[in-house]
Design a protein around this ligand. Structure first.
Ligand SMILES: [Zn+2]
Length: 481
């Protein structure tokens, strides 16, 4: 294919994507009526309609307490507002703050954003962090998210890696053909560079590419460390060596730049050496727990964390995302490392549980999770490859590492607060956002009640009916086809 034609062809496809987006947004905006647009950093101006929530039991971080709350301008208050108030009888339901998903790539483009948003809202997950996306596609959906009637999402856009490192081949060889071409048409190989990944091997390259990195106004920065114990002394990623990410020496400088720009940094890690380099370099969050991806007994030993690792991460307040289900989506033991081998980021038909809890190899993930938890490291719920973070919570529960209250608090308190640190979410307190999911039963007595969602309110707006089942969405679905 001749480059110029491919280029203009793609531009046309992007335009077509934009038009589809407009078609999608028109009915959505009609539903919104008040037209509450807002970015990730500034929560939308919510519904002005006041509500009184009566007869509910509210999670206070320990237990459920009977209480009455009002929603005024989308915020919780105990003060009865003047004027008419619509009463919502919660008749004994159990209110928890909406859940979070600290690691997934599925909020990604106009072709499926409404379906993905609906799925998350259905599971009570209102806050999603996408630590690597195709910048151009994410920019097209910015206004379909971060409004009261949709989910709230933040994006890293292109992650930083070394030449030939992860996720270059994933985007250029796998996702390009299997995931993106079917929805946007032909894409030239190489198109993803600076859109989904940025290659930096030297300080000079970090300097020269910084404007490109900042150009899509990412909400945070993502960088890749992969087997950094095996850097062979070389700056470049070399055949025969297992390092498939940034040279670790570059990381402190990148973190300093990001922090100076007001951006937090999330690091992809696979081994204990990656973990150490990232923590020492001052990153804010690790996108995985070492041990999540193991391809043999040797990997298990490279993944094992020490007490000192956990202590340092806790002291530096580094958050760690669990992603315990992500390894299941990977090819079986011994296969070549291809993050997201399948067409989707989700498990393919041939996905194998190569690290079942009974498997000695998988003990390292469990041991690391427990070690981090005991050291006081903040653990966040993120699935990386599942449809929503519900699957991650259920899998963690099956590992029997944490009690149900601890798991619930990770999911509805720590994870949302970590995704949107500037917002008053994750608790029911005066002035906090009037967002909650109402469960049929007490999840501390029967954890499966987290799936029995009866009502959803987001920033003072009821989501049930209008968004979950309603015609507005199916109309948008039809138009976008
Ligand atoms: Zn990921």
């Amino acid at each position: 294919m001749e480059p110029q034609r491919a280029g203009s062809g793609f531009a046309a496809l992007i335009m077509r994507g934009t038009n589809a987006m407009v078609a999608l947004l028109v009915p959505l905006l009609l539903v919104l009526a008040a037209g509450c647009a807002g970015g990730a950093a500034t929560p939308a101006a919510p519904s002005a309609k006041p509500y009184a929530f009566v007869n509910g039991r509210w999670f206070d971080g320990e237990q459920f307490q009977p209480d009455t709350w009002y929603s005024v301008q989308g915020r919780l208050t105990r003060q009865l507002p003047p004027g008419p108030v619509e009463t919502v009888d919660l008749s004994g339901l159990y209110m928890v703050p909406p859940f979070g998903e600290a690691h997934n790539h599925n909020v990604e483009g106009p072709w499926n954003v409404q379906e993905v948003a609906r799925r998350y809202l259905q599971d009570g997950v209102f806050y999603v962090k996408n630590p690597n996306d195709v910048r151009d596609f994410a920019l097209q959906i910015r206004h379909a998210v971060n409004v009261p009637t949709s989910l709230d999402a933040i994006f890293a856009h292109a992650g930083l890696t070394g030449r030939g490192g992860h996720p270059v081949a994933l985007y250029e060889d796998v996702l390009r053909v299997a995931r993106y071409e079917p929805v946007v048409g032909p894409i030239e190989r190489g198109w993803f560079e600076n859109r989904s990944y940025v290659v930096v091997d030297t300080e000079a390259e970090v300097e020269s590419k910084w404007p490109v990195i900042m150009s899509g106004r990412p909400d945070f920065l993502k960088l890749y460390l992969v087997h950094s114990e095996d850097d062979g002394g070389s700056v470049e990623v070399r055949p025969g060596h297992r390092r498939q990410g940034l040279h670790p020496a570059l990381v402190p400088g990148i973190v300093a730049r990001a922090h100076a720009a007001g951006l937090q940094v999330t690091a992809h890690v696979e081994t204990a050496a990656d973990f150490r380099h990232a923590v020492r370099a001052g990153v804010d969050e690790l996108a995985h727990v070492p041990g999540w991806l193991l391809q043999g007994p040797e990997d298990a030993e490279h993944a094992r964390l020490t007490e000192e690792d956990a202590r340092l991460a806790a002291a530096q307040k580094v958050r760690v995302v669990t992603t315990s289900v992500a390894g299941q989506a990977m090819p079986s033991l011994g296969g070549h490392h291809q993050h997201g081998q399948q067409a989707g980021h989700g498990p393919g038909p041939e996905a194998k549980h190569h690290s079942s809890p009974a498997d000695p190899v998988s003990h390292v993930l469990r041991d690391n999770l427990l070690l981090l938890q005991r050291a006081g490291v903040s653990l966040l719920i993120g699935s990386d490859h599942a449809e929503t973070s519900l699957a991650e919570v259920q899998h963690l529960r099956s590992l029997r590492l944490f009690d149900d209250r601890t798991l619930l608090k990770m999911w509805c308190e720590s994870t949302p607060a970590a995704i949107f640190p500037g917002r008053r979410i994750g608790r029911f307190e005066e002035g906090y956002e009037a967002s909650f999911v109402a469960l049929a039963g007490n999840p501390l007595e029967d954890f499966e009640q987290v799936r029995a969602i009866r009502r959803r309110f987001k920033q003072g707006v009821p989501l049930d009916g209008a968004l979950i089942q309603d015609a507005a969405w199916s109309a948008a679905d039809r138009k976008s086809r």
